[in-house]
Design a protein around this ligand. Structure first.
Ligand code: M6R
Length: 615
């Protein structure tokens, strides 16, 4: 969704703002803008489309400014035109916004009556005029005091979600913000202060960050930061250091972030395991995993809430957690869970899984579970994110920054963390004995090198993509844990290449989807040698008998499967326990190479955003 950045300090150039916005591109956007304030006034430049369009206008901005804001807009109200791009100006106020102002219609009617002219179709312009209106109405105090008071009055009138970047021409060395529901971090360096929608935008300038919480107003000056609650009470919170580096956010020689991130599966898994498993004792380090404070022994059930790829990682983990910890696990789409009457209590652990830690549906789902008395755990990739703050405990997936909109290495890390939660439950509840625990720990430690081996399939999958990229529709099937893998493979294919794809539990084929099978239908069949192998082979036979084309994924030495399939992807031998980590890799590569062959925007597929902070 939209990206917000802001700067106040000795001086920043137009390139500073553009580069910081580039670091937020992954969030998804369709227009952008920058405002820079100097003693000669404010200059605003905006452009429809990609940042390269805005880059063409950089020479129209001042060479340097002590205060400035920038924005990438993902259109919600009004088309992605230059006119609707942020920032918006009202008198001395220049404002940009991430989020949605739900009551903008009522506010707009009131402001129109008062004579404000609207130049855009956005909900955001309402906030600019409203702030101007309240500021103008205050007659006593310095301009900064009036701005603070006006902001307090405005935030109380707004319904919805917001993280603002605001400058006022009458306070030329101050930057303001307020947050409710949309992500916002502030950073501090020597004589400089920053705000942004995510730490990736600022890592090359500072590592000292503070996550702004809902209901807070922030006033930034050069190297000086003040936070207060919406009702004006000062808030003091320490900054924390983030160890992400600039190199982690570059393509590192790969053609796309997505390809780099697929190649980082092994690292993401290894880092998520590190410090959490003790090989000699075969035990799980609960404190390092972040679950040490939870009453694991007395829990009666587990619910997991998530969206998209995170939901598939959660669905996969259900098989594992139930088998090792002997506890019922329900997995829900967060967008559904938040509206259904759930029946949690203090013996229920509700786990929110989210790469970004900001997904609006997941956040609301976990908040409602916590309000209903459940124990809550966040499995997130971004340290200090909103979902982490909303939970009793936080277990980080250590995939590092994921820039490609399609989630790949984060999926591998989520699976790792969730499997570890399963082992932690099994250890505390004594549903596995020492030898069994040690077996799993030993198997987990092997995953990174097996995945590494699988990545060697990239070239052959690229060749395969040449035969599949022209298809208009594809099915994916799998049984048991390979069903969520199939779902993940089909989601990746459709979001990247815009090819229609659907995934089914293979046993469901005969209940309907088999009607789709003829010589024009190709089916990706996940058929590794696991407990379901024979049954999946029967499904493959059924597809073949109806003329369907088979692309099978199975162990590299499986001659029988190879014989049955039209195309075959051979994965390395491994134990059944860790198979999903391995079978996912060729599916991520398959979706990637098909998208490349089709020439779609791999890292930023159309209509998608990395961080879905609206409902
Ligand atoms: O940040 P989250 O993990 O909460 O995001 C959830 C989904 O929006 C995300 O996984 C989405 O489905 C991706 N585009 C999948 O590649």
């Amino acid at each position: 969704m939209c990206g917000v950045i802001g700067y106040v300090g000795a001086g920043a150039t137009p390139s500073f703002f553009l580069n910081a916005l580039r670091r937020l591109e992954y969030r998804g956007y369709d227009s952008a803008g920058i405002a820079m304030l100097t003693q000669d006034g404010v200059v605003i430049q905006r452009a429809e489309g990609k940042l390269s369009q805005l880059e063409r206008k950089l020479d129209k901005l001042p060479a340097t400014a002590k205060v400035g804001i920038g924005h990438t807009r993902w259109a919600t109200h009004g088309k992605p035109t230059e006119n609707n791009a942020h920032p918006h100006r009202s008198g001395p106020i220049v404002l940009l916004h991430n989020g949605i102002i739900e009551n903008y219609r009522q506010l707009k009617e009131m402001l129109v009556v008062k004579g404000y002219e609207f130049l855009s179709e956005t909900d955001t312009e309402v906030a600019a005029h409203l702030l101007h209106h309240e500021y103008k109405n205050l007659t006593s105090g310095t301009p900064e005091q009036r701005m603070r008071e006006a902001l307090r009055v405005v935030v109380r009138q707004l319904k919805g979600a917001f993280a603002f970047g605001i400058i006022c021409l009458e306070t030329p060395e101050v930057l303001y913000s307020a947050k409710l529901g949309s992500p916002l971090v502030i950073g501090q360096a020597d004589g400089e202060s920053f705000l942004a929608s995510g730490i990736t935008a600022l890592v090359e300038h500072t590592r000292q960050f503070l996550v702004v919480e809902d209901g807070e107003i922030v006033v930034l000056k050069a190297g000086q930061i003040e936070i207060e609650s919406f009702d004006g009470k000062p808030v003091v919170r320490p900054f924390s250091r983030v160890e992400w580096s600039v190199a982690m956010m570059e393509k590192g020689g790969y053609r796309h972030f997505m390809l780099k991130e697929i190649h980082e599966h092994p690292l993401a898994i290894a880092q998520t395991l590190s410090g959490r498993v003790q090989r000699d004792s075969g035990s799980i380090n609960l404190a390092d995993l972040g679950v040490g404070s939870l009453p694991l022994k007395t829990l009666k059930r587990v619910q997991i809430v998530a969206c998209g790829t995170s939901f598939y990682a959660a669905s996969l983990s259900k098989y594992f957690i139930e088998s090792v910890a002997r506890i019922p696990v329900e997995v829900d789409l967060a967008s559904e869970y938040r509206y259904r009457a759930s029946t949690v209590d203090e013996n229920t652990l509700v786990v929110a899984v989210s790469q970004s830690g900001e997904t609006a549906d997941t956040l609301q789902a976990i908040k409602s579970a916590r309000a209903a008395g459940a124990q809550t755990l966040a499995v997130v990739n971004v340290p200090g994110s909103t979902i982490a703050h909303a939970c009793h405990a936080e277990s980080l997936t250590k995939a590092g920054p994921e820039i490609g909109v399609a989630s790949t290495k984060a999926f591998a890390a989520q699976l790792t963390a969730l499997y570890l939660v399963g082992l932690a439950l099994a250890q505390e509840r004594e549903t596995l004995n020492q030898a069994e625990l040690r077996f799993y720990v030993d198997e987990f430690v092997k995953i990174p090198s097996l995945v590494e081996k699988c990545l060697g399939l990239s070239e052959s999958i690229e060749r395969l993509a040449n035969r599949y990229h022209q298809l208009s529709s594809l099915l994916f099937i799998g049984r048991g844990p390979q069903w969520p893998v199939a779902l993940e493979g089909s989601l990746k294919l459709k979001e990247l290449s815009y090819i229609h794809a659907e995934a089914y539990a293979a046993g469901e084929l005969k209940h309907g989807p088999i009607a789709l099978i003829d010589e024009n239908m190709s089916v990706v069949c996940l058929a590794p040698r696991d407990a379901y192998y024979e049954k999946t082979l029967s499904n493959i036979e059924e597809i073949k008998a109806r003329g369907g084309r088979i692309l099978a994924v199975g162990q590299e030495n499986d001659a029988q499967l190879q014989e049955l399939a039209d195309d075959f992807i051979g994965i390395p031998e491994c134990s059944e326990a860790i198979l999903p980590f391995i079978t996912t890799v060729p599916l991520h590569l398959f979706a990637y190479w098909i998208a490349v062959r089709k020439g779609t925007d791999v890292d930023q597929p159309r209509n998608l955003a990395k961080s879905v902070t609206v409902e």
